[in-house]
Design a protein. Structure first.
Length: 189
């Protein structure tokens, strides 16, 4: 509830869809409305992490965390994923990586001008050793999620790992109102 959350989307390029904000509903709405064709096809993991680092580098938060969710291998971008994790580590940003997909093949959407969007089964390859190394360099962890339920459990585990105590100062404004009752009380006596 008190976490600032942002959203970076990446494929061949990466863009910040939502900068860090306390408005979680905005993030959820943008995620729901996101068009998968917003960036060109590819997987530039290093660029995605670098964009997120750029958003977090000047943050004054006690802990800064990037959760990287990917369903593929790095095959694009100007920044190597390991280099991006070293940048995160140098800035004190923890990186949790999640490989999200089933084993074997998965349906992949292809936009056909004649038949519209069609799905073809392609082989799923996730570079788990690279994602593990990226997370470990920053003090984070790698997770594998093969279903929506597993992904939900992964997010709960990350939330548990990143819980911090927030000190809250509560001011109470008190006004004396005894005068309203003092005069009638004296009269009744």
């Amino acid at each position: 509830i008190n976490d600032r959350i942002g959203l970076v989307v990446f494929a061949r390029e990466s863009i910040t869809l939502v900068p860090p904000t306390l408005d979680h509903r905005l993030v959820r709405n943008q995620l729901d409305m996101m068009d998968m064709g917003i960036v060109r096809d590819g997987t530039a993991i290093g660029m995605g992490v670098a964009t997120a680092i750029n958003r977090l580098r000047d943050s004054d938060a006690d802990t800064r965390v990037i959760v990287l969710l990917t369903d593929g291998e790095n095959n694009a971008g100007e920044i190597d994923p390991i280099t991006s994790s070293e940048m995160a580590a140098a800035l004190g940003i923890r990186l949790y990586t999640i490989g999200a997909s089933t084993e074997g093949t998965a349906p992949y959407p292809v936009d056909d001008p004649v038949f519209g969007r069609r799905y073809f089964n392609i082989r799923v390859d996730i570079d788990e050793p690279m994602l593990t190394e990226m997370a470990e360099k920053t003090g984070g962890r790698y997770f594998r999620a093969r279903s929506t339920e597993e992904l939900d459990m992964v997010y709960r585990e990350i939330d548990r790992l990143e819980t911090s105590v927030i000190e809250e100062v509560i001011y109470t404004d008190r006004q004396d109102r005894y005068q309203l009752f003092l005069f009638p009380g004296v009269l009744l006596l």
